[in-house]
Design a protein. Structure first.
Length: 273
């Protein structure tokens, strides 16, 4: 039985502003591929003026089918991702669990970090898959086509990957987990083993993954207007002080937390007045 995909806006920067320029929907992964695929996402736009959508990506590989555009493998992106939307278009994306793409393919995911590759670079039969995906008459059918393809590439159960997935899930969902030593203690995994597993499956280190999820939490709370004091937010996310949080937030997102919160507040007034 498949699970419902998240409707969280985590990772989407300026979510209310984006929502005025494009639509976003998600589909759950089927039970057989759900060990590796978290969900499918569909973005559509029809614009008179270009708009640049900004995302702080998850530590995941995505496979995307874009019209117009083509079919691509998007490696784990360690920077803010920006995509200019022009005219009319749509994208159907496959969001793998952190580590899931590496588990399916056996590839060194770190080797294409911050890169976008043609689908055929990873799957020699990717052209045929892309043709079938673009010919499908609905997103539900596209999901079925992709899952039929992926079933031919599924790896057998892998205890190491399942451990990585469990660890990453805890990092994502538990804001009290702010340091790598908390992870090693909770899961009784030596630090070198944890680093090796994350390099093999996720493509980035455990410390980076933790920081990315805490930035997701901070940006989401700021966008929702749920932050009274930045110092309290910084502490709740495990930062040493507010200055450290503000510096990292601006490095990754391009605005200070206060600037981001102010922009979100202005957007909420536009959206709901």
């Amino acid at each position: 039985m498949s699970t419902s995909p998240s409707d969280s806006e985590k990772g989407i920067l300026h979510p209310r502003e984006q929502a005025r320029h494009r639509t976003l929907s998600r589909l759950a992964a089927g039970p057989e591929v759900g060990r590796f695929v978290e969900w499918y996402w569909i973005v559509e736009w029809d614009l008179d003026e270009p708009y640049t959508a900004e995302v702080l990506p998850f530590p995941s590989v995505n496979v995307t089918f874009e019209q117009p555009g083509g079919a691509f493998v998007n490696g784990v992106c360690t920077r803010k991702f920006e995509r200019e939307l022009r005219g009319r278009g749509r994208a159907f994306g496959v969001k793998f669990w952190a580590g899931g793409f590496g588990a399916v393919t056996g590839l060194d995911v770190a080797s294409f970090r911050d890169q976008v590759l043609p689908l055929t670079t990873v799957f020699p039969d990717g052209d045929r898959l892309a043709d079938l995906m673009f010919a499908a008459d609905s997103d539900v059918r596209r999901r079925a086509v992709f899952e039929a393809f992926l079933r031919d590439h599924l790896a057998p159960p892998d205890p190491s990957y399942e451990l990585v997935r469990e660890i990453v899930s805890a990092m994502a969902s538990d804001r009290s987990v702010a340091r790598v030593d908390q992870v090693t203690e909770r899961f009784d995994v030596p630090i070198r083993t944890l680093q090796r597993l994350f390099r093999r499956y996720v493509g980035v280190g455990p410390k980076w993954v933790l920081r990315r999820y805490r930035l997701h939490d901070g940006a989401e709370l700021l966008a929702q207007g749920e932050v009274a004091e930045l110092a309290e937010l910084s502490a709740s996310l495990g930062y040493f002080d507010q200055a450290h949080f503000s510096k990292e937030f601006k490095q990754q997102i391009g605005l200070t937390p206060a600037e981001y919160a102010a922009r979100a507040a202005a957007e909420r007034q536009i959206t709901y007045r």
